[in-house]
Design a protein around this ligand. Structure first.
Ligand code: AMP
Ligand code: MN
Ligand code: MN
Ligand code: MN
Length: 285
């Protein structure tokens, strides 16, 4: 099954509109698709309608920013009800700090010579309440500070680099609660991207499981072969279901296109076969 259960539209830090993403997913052979914009649900109606028109089964999704033991961790919610009030209010609270953070980021980048950093980032942000590091990264590429966004992140926008601003997102337990309250399944996004010791990763997975989390991404656009092996093993060890995700943001920018990753390794329980998600699936008539 070519399932791709994590990607971004212009409602967060992707560049394509939800309808264009749906068309790209269908053209790439995706058989089950979820849109998971950061901290907001604004693109779901358009994505769902276009998926339906194209005959593409669809799950409503979201990717929530969490701060856990001082590090940012992303929790994907799949099969959520986008009309759920507690989820929408929670996400509004998570979004509320982004603008002030962006102003501080702009100040730090302007001190390095970047011109009109805030206004320029806002021009890239399809959704002003979702301005984030990717929008600034695109500005720095435009102004010649680096050749691509991943180099901008490495040199400017990660902890320890001059354009990084510390930020406190929501708590792990809250994010999982909102997702479950809205009828969804909580998934740890791209675990291979976190700079954690094995011991800390175990603690994260224990707490995530205790909070009601049920799955982790095993295939991800940011996982190499070694990470796939590690997280396949940990999924079995913790009894987590396994997800498959490109984390696609933009043509020419994201390393893995929609639907283009490896298939799930054998012996894992695919998250999309969970009865609860089957129930939440939007199936074209
Ligand atoms: P923010 O939520 O504003 O802190 O931005 C996080 C986003 O930045 C992620 O969702 C990715 O889209 C992007 N990002 C983070 N690290 C990298 C990286 N090393 N290379 C490219 N994009 C990254
Ligand atoms: Mn992103
Ligand atoms: Mn993420
Ligand atoms: Mn993502």
């Amino acid at each position: 099954m070519n399932a791709d259960l994590h990607c971004h539209s212009s409602h967060s830090d992707g560049v394509l509109a939800p309808a264009a993403l749906a068309a790209r997913a269908a053209a790439n052979g995706v058989e089950l698709w979820a849109l998971t914009d950061h901290d907001n649900l604004g693109g779901l109606a358009e994505a769902r309608a276009q998926a339906d028109a194209l005959g593409l089964p669809f799950l409503d999704g979201v990717e929530i920013s969490v701060t856990w033991e001082g590090t940012t961790v992303h929790i994907v919610g799949l099969g959520i009800d986008p009309a759920h009030l507690q989820l929408e209010r929670g996400l509004a609270a998570v979004r509320s700090g982004r603008d002030v953070r962006a102003l501080r980021m702009a100040e730090a980048l302007e001190a390095l010579g970047v011109r009109e950093a805030y206004a320029s980032a806002m021009r890239h942000a399809g959704n002003p309440s979702l301005v984030g590091r990717s929008h600034f990264a695109r500005v720095l590429v435009e102004q010649g500070y680096a050749t691509d966004v991943s180099a901008v992140f490495r040199d400017y926008l990660v902890r320890g680099r001059p354009g990084y601003i510390e930020h406190e997102w929501t708590a792990l337990e809250r994010a999982v609660d909102w997702i479950r309250g809205a009828g969804g399944v909580a998934v740890v996004a791209h675990p291979g991207r976190y700079r954690m010791s094995g011991e800390q990763m175990h603690r994260l997975f224990e707490q995530f499981s205790a909070a009601g989390g049920e799955a982790i991404e095993v295939i991800s656009g940011s996982h190499g072969e070694a990470a796939v092996r590690t997280f396949a093993r940990l999924a079995r060890e913790f009894g987590f279901h396994a997800s498959r995700a490109s984390d696609f943001h933009a043509p020419g920018e994201s390393p893995v296109d929609l639907g283009a990753g490896e298939r799930l390794p054998d012996g894992l329980q695919p998250v999309w076969l969970m009865p609860r998600l089957q129930h939440r699936l939007h199936q074209p008539a």
